[in-house]
Each structure stands twice: as C-alpha cells, then as structure tokens.
Ligand binder design. Structure first.
Ligand code: XIL
Length: 390
C-alpha cells in the first residue's frame, strides 16, 4: 500500500465524521501497513544493473517444469538472462550416437523466449559430462582425429543449428587449460590436437553466424591460468575465428580469488579486444580441501563433519563475510563494466546451488544472494549498495 493511498483513505475517514475512538486505531493500522510494505520492496537485480551488464542465472528443468512454483516468477523478476545448468550438455542433449534429446532444453528455450530472457548455450566441447562413446567407434576403439572432428562437427551443427536464433551466445569450449596453465590433456586434445579449439569455434560460427562465441574456464582470473588462456584467444583471433568474449566461471571462495589478480586479469582480457562474461558465479563459504579449489567436476573430496560446519544455519559472522566479499567482487565488476557484458549466478538461491553437493556430497552451503526461502541475504543488499556506489 502506498503512502498516497493511506493519505486518501484517512481523508475519506475524516469526512465521514468518525468517532475518535474508531478513527485513531484505524489510522494507526493503516500507517503500520504502509510502512511495512514500503520496507519490503526489494529491488530487482536486473533493474539495478540495467545500465551495466546483464544479470543471469542458471536454470534447471525442475524449475522450468514448474515443480517449484516460486522459481519462474522469481527468475523473471530478478534476471534478464538464463543458462541451462545441465540440459544442453553433451550427455543430456546427445546421449547416444545419433540420438539427440532436445525436449528439456527446448522447454528452457521456450521459457526464455516467452519472457524476453537472453538465452546462453552451455556448452559444446568439454571434457566433463561428455559420454565416453564420443571418443570411440562402435567396437570401442579410440577414434581417429578425422573421425572425432566429424563427430564434433555433427554435434555442433545439430545443437547450434537447433537453437539458431534462440541462443544469443555459446560457451564453445569449456576448461581447455589445466590449473598449471598448460593445455589440458583431455581426449579432445589427445585425439585431435591443439587445433580442436579452433575447429570448434569455426563449426559453431558456421552453424549460426549470428551467435556470439565464448571461451569459458574456471580459475582463469588467476595469472597462471590466464597465461594459458590468452594465447588461445590470440590464436583464434589470428586465425580468423569469431570469439566475442572470455567466460570466467567465477566459482569463488571467501578468500579466493585475489582481488588484485582479478582486476589485472579483467584488464588483460579486455586488452585483447574481447568482452568478459562472468558465467557461473557463486562464493563458497565452507572449508574446502585445497586440492579442489577449482571447479573441475571430476574431482571429489571425502565428507568430514568438520567440513560441514553450518548444517543448521549460516552464522551472522559468515553472512557478513559473504556480504563483504560480494561487495569487493562487484566493486571490481563495476570498475570494468564497459568490458563486462553479463554476470550470471550459478543458481537462483542457496538451496539450488551445486555447491551443496560438490566437491563433497551432502553439505549445506550458502554461496548465493538469496536464501532457501527466496529471501535476500545481507550479500544481496551489499551488491545493491555497490551498484549504487554507496
Ligand atoms: C555443474 C552443475 O551445476 C551440476 O548440476 C552438475 O552436476 C555438474 O556441473 N563448470 C561448469 C558447469 O562449466 O557446467 C558445472 O555445472 C560447474 C563447473
């Protein structure tokens, strides 16, 4: 209820010549109601950043099929871009040779189209969530370079072709660089060689010349990995491939990445003439074994009680740390806003975060801006303040 309405009602009550004993409590109730509803107005994330960058979220099929009735309206209210969290990955969309399964990804695409959300395609070529058959022939032998290139081309043409005009941009290659900055020795690399990246970008561009194309990785805001990613971007550019942006996944922690390093990396990527997209952001608040400080989903760590300390709720002190961390990160994003075109969160609220199950299954994490009841956390308010320069 707005203040204007309250004033109007009070004026009408006065005109009615009401007894003082009735008039006063009624007025008081109206004032309380108006104050409460004013206080509850939560800004919409996408609106707050509308002059800066797109604000996206990962979405899953559970949400798109309405099993959680709150999810869709919440997404429409807060975000202007979505990425399918899993539904466009090879194992889901192309589970067996010659078998393409588009139904779930199509529902997400339809939801995006209906609600004017920018749809991002994730992901075409990756070492994870890609079935083993992709690399083998019908009797189980490893494919030749040419045969694997042909398979990659078929996949990219079919998938990108299917979503032509619906997907604004694709994560073409994901995680091609190892944590030490060298090429990851994935089966793509081993069988095809280093130019599998170039080929993937060429096929994607051929399949949809209007789609933006991204190289995506985790920890690539760290210098050691950045030094491996920059030559890939340069080589794509020199060889005439389309590359619009570098995706920094942003699977971060309370104490990582180093903020100066992030700042430097954003400048270094922008200097190449590409845009930057933060593609999968969240900030883990749980203690994590150092060997899984990245986001290679093939790594796992053992469950230990001491690594799951906030089962019954996130302490205020941790909420504050998280809020400060988000504020620091968004301060850097705002500094580089002319080069950043999108910031996508990897989940709509804490309950949906993959960080409850990875790298350790069965923990309770609190890495996003909204809690399990869709309520804004202190981190949300600190992000809003940062956007306003407060
Ligand atoms: C994750 C999803 O969030 C999980 O649901 C799934 O079980 C594993 O993959 N880097 C990526 C994302 O590029 O696709 C991953 O998403 C997280 C790490």
């Amino acid at each position: 209820m707005s203040w204007l309405n309250v004033v109007r009602i009070i004026q009408k009550l006065k005109q009615r010549d009401m007894k003082k004993s009735q008039f006063l409590p009624l007025t008081l109730a109206l004032l309380i109601l108006a104050t409460a509803s004013c206080k509850k107005t939560t800004p919409e994330l996408k609106e707050v950043f509308k002059n800066d960058f797109l604000i996206g979220t990962a979405m899953n099929s559970y949400q798109v099929h309405g099993r959680d009735p709150l999810a869709k309206p919440f997404i429409i209210k807060n975000f202007n871009s979505i990425t399918a969290e899993n539904e466009m990955k090879w194992e889901r969309i192309h589970p067996a040779p010659g078998v393409y399964s588009f139904a779930k990804a199509d529902s997400i695409a339809e939801f995006a189209q209906k609600n004017n959300l920018v749809l991002i395609g994730h992901v075409l070529v990756w070492h994870s969530q890609t079935p083993d058959w992709v690399f083998r022939d019908s009797v189980g032998n490893t494919l030749s370079r040419d045969a694997l290139l042909a398979r990659m081309k078929d996949h990219i043409f079919t998938v990108v072709g299917h979503f032509k005009g619906k997907v604004k941009g694709w994560d073409v290659v994901n995680e091609a660089i190892d944590d030490n900055g060298a090429m990851r020795k994935s089966l793509w690399y081993q069988i095809i060689g280093e130019d599998y990246i170039q080929k993937a970008f060429e096929y994607a561009h051929e399949a949809d010349p209007d789609a933006e194309l991204y190289y995506n990785d985790y920890n690539n805001e760290q210098k050691v990995k950045r030094d491996g990613v920059i030559p890939i971007i340069k080589s794509l550019q020199q060889n005439g491939a389309r590359i619009d942006a570098v995706g920094i996944q942003g699977h971060w922690h309370l104490d990582e990445p180093d903020l100066n390093e992030l700042d430097e990396s954003l400048s270094a990527y922008a200097a190449l003439g590409v845009k930057i997209v933060i593609t999968e952001m969240e900030v883990n608040v749980l203690p994590t074994p150092p060997e899984v400080y990245g986001a290679d989903i093939q790594q796992q760590a053992k469950y230990l009680e001491e690594l799951n300390p906030y089962k019954n709720g996130c302490p205020d002190s941790v909420q504050t740390q998280l809020a400060n961390r988000y504020s620091d990160l968004f301060t850097i994003f705002m500094k580089h806003k002319k080069d950043i075109t999108r910031v996508t969160f990897w989940g709509i609220h804490d309950g949906y975060s993959w960080k409850n199950g990875w790298p350790i299954v069965g923990r309770t994490n609190y890495p996003l801006l909204f809690d399990r009841n869709y309520q804004p956390k202190p981190a949300f308010w600190s992000v809003i303040k940062t956007a306003k320069g407060e």
